[in-house]
Write a protein that binds this ligand. Structure first.
Ligand code: SF4
Length: 239
């Protein structure tokens, strides 16, 4: 499997690429949450503007990501990229070239209450940041969104707990798909749920949940392989 974007990549590189770079410039200067009194300081974290039709959305950057200026560059990121390698997406470096990795909010929200983990971004922060994620999805029009963790899942598949999502495949309307057949052309765009890879999450301590994760990674492997074979990657409308 060499490239995931497929024939849609021509569109992505020539049209979405420059527009994405401009969106990144706008996000980088954003201080909305500071102006609204929601954050003490804002330091938006963005990936390289890879014009891919495969998008991964996490919760928010952590302290390590803020320092590095790169999504999922800390311990949780190492765990995430090891999962993606299991799913056939190659090393972290290769996966970052193939996948546009972003998050629901773009700035580190600070430590959680009691100092355990990171604070979950508030509804107000999510709403202020939403146009940026909308813009990313509008420009990239992904055939697959990998939604990582409950906050990302609340955006794409609201109102359902992790245990009813991980290991299953959905279309962008929230309908569960028969992953026995994976008839992608009729069913795209797709949402594949993953749990958050942070050590702060206890969800993966249970054997049955680790089995669900294994199922999800098998699905991702099949989807990525199929995409490389038939190249039918969009573009698709999300917003
Ligand atoms: S979280 Fe989003 S909306 Fe808030 S300051 Fe950062 S980039 Fe702007």
């Amino acid at each position: 499997m060499e490239t995931l974007p497929g024939p849609g990549a021509g569109f992505a590189v020539t049209v979405a690429g420059p527009a994405l770079a401009e969106l990144h410039r706008n996000v980088a200067g954003c201080r909305r949450c500071v102006a609204a009194g929601l954050l003490e300081r804002a330091a938006p974290v963005l990936p390289q503007p890879v014009p891919s039709h495969l998008v991964l959305v996490g919760q928010a950057p952590g302290r390590v990501e803020e320092r590095a200026g790169l999504p999922f560059s800390g311990r949780a990121g190492r765990q995430l990229f090891s999962w993606l390698e299991r799913a056939g997406l190659g090393s972290e470096e290769e996966a970052r070239r193939r996948i546009y990795v972003t998050s629901i909010t773009k700035c580190f929200p600070g430590p959680g209450p009691g100092g355990s983990g990171d604070r979950r971004p508030s509804r107000a922060e999510i709403e202020l940041c939403r146009p940026y994620l909308d813009g990313q999805l509008t420009l990239l029009r992904p055939w697959l969104v990998v939604a990582v963790g409950q906050l990302a899942l609340d955006r794409f598949l609201p109102g359902r707990p992790l245990g009813q999502l991980v290991g299953r495949l959905f279309d962008s309307s929230g309908r569960e798909l028969d992953h026995g057949s994976l008839e992608r052309n009729a069913q795209m765009p797709l949402v594949l749920p993953l749990p958050h890879p942070s050590g702060a999450s206890r969800w993966l301590n249970q054997t049955e949940n680790r089995e669900l994760l294994g199922r999800a990674l098998d699905l991702l492997l099949r989807l990525a392989s199929q995409s490389a074979e038939d190249g039918s990657t969009g573009p698709w409308n999300w917003v």
